[in-house]
Design a protein around this ligand. Sequence first.
Ligand SMILES: Cc1cc2nc3c(=O)[nH]c(=O)nc-3n(C[C@H](O)[C@H](O)[C@H](O)COP(=O)(O)OP(=O)(O)OC[C@H]3O[C@@H](n4cnc5c(N)ncnc54)[C@H](O)[C@@H]3O)c2cc1C
Length: 404
Amino acid sequence: MKKVIIAGGGPTGVTLALMLVQRGIAVTLVEAASDFRRVFRGEGLMPSGLNALSEMRLSEILEKIPYRQLDAWEFILGKKPLFKVDEPIEADTQPCTLVSQPPLLEALILEAQKYNHFEFIQGVAVKDLLKIDNRVTGVKLADGREIAADIVIGADGRNSIIRQRAGLKLERQPTSMDMLWFKLAANPRFLEENIFTAIGDGENAFAVFHGVEAGKLHLGWSLTDSKNTANSSDKTKVEWAQMFASISPSWLAEHFINHAESIEKPIKLSVVVGLCPSWHTPGVLLLGDAAHPMSPIRAQGINVALRDVIVAVNHLVPALLAEAENEEIDRIFSQIQQEREPEIIRIQQLQKEEGRQHELLPKNLFLRKIVFRLARLVNKAIRLSWIQRQKKMRQGVTRVQLEV
Ligand SMILES: Cc1cc2nc3c(=O)[nH]c(=O)nc-3n(C[C@H](O)[C@H](O)[C@H](O)COP(=O)(O)OP(=O)(O)OC[C@H]3O[C@@H](n4cnc5c(N)ncnc54)[C@H](O)[C@@H]3O)c2cc1C
């Protein structure tokens, strides 16, 4: 039986491990974090990601774990509502759904553990690659263990150690965005209608919504320049509440001020966006963020990662079951990249365009004045254009179906 090592137990690594073991392939999955709950993990799944889970026959598992659907998206500029769009945006699809990743990943691991040929090593990082001649033949773990395998999959996220050790280049998109991720007490309005609310004033911007966890708002604060970043670390809860309130409509501003004490210490997330010109080298294939770190804009990363997994499974399973030669497996790596690359390039372009659109109004006072003066006329057009742009991202760009 061919053996696969997967580095990284995020959405890419865990779903891939389960798909492979279910199809008779031995897998060792290595996850650095000792607890899925310790690492920040995005929650938004778009119709393309929900369809991917359904293709993988995982919808039943999804229904058993905590989730919360988004009811709408709203944009507020200079404390005034710009436009609002209800979910689902397309009549015949599911709404954007927030899914708590830790229970999802745990449930998938439990499923994989039903197979004797699955091994899960948790709480130890992959540190290096083992090589014979020019081919990767396994991994070395941080505790000194060495594990041999026929292929190594790098599913270890945007700062992938597998990518670095395999000498695979990442072409980064110039993006200077970091993010502070806060949690705080929920406001009942978000329970009545869970609106992903994006708020900006030209200088500062944040997005707020009710996460899956009961009673908790999530708030992502954009750190777009070094001044902003440097000043962010020493703010008190009350100062943060005042910052959020200063650009919010009155009902929300009041909530921030009244619940300042509930604001939890933020996690700083550095946003890496890019694409590897090559996703593979003999014996190694990168998938998910390791191959193409995605921007958080419009929640795309998990969705495209799940779609990577389906394409990888379609190609890898027949070859591994047929005990294909190394050269054949390396050719298959190349086919997987070829099949997935067009969608990744397109989605990253769309995310970039979306980011540009969002800077347009906040940064241009003249444009903003026109929009507010001609609100009724202009807002309708802005709203329609926003909807058109989202449709392309939400459904995926290429057709992805599980075939094995
Ligand atoms: C602020 C922010 C918000 C986001 N929100 C969303 C969202 O709502 N929806 C969405 O679709 N996308 C979102 N994304 C993008 C999304 O998080 C990623 O695209 C997605 O998680 C990629 O999945 P992955 O499994 O490839 O990598 P990851 O989720 O990063 O998982 C990689 C795993 O590898 C492990 N690991 C790392 N190094 C090692 C090592 N050396 N050895 C072993 N294990 C290792 C990590 O602990 C981790 O568990 C967001 C991104 C950011 C920055």
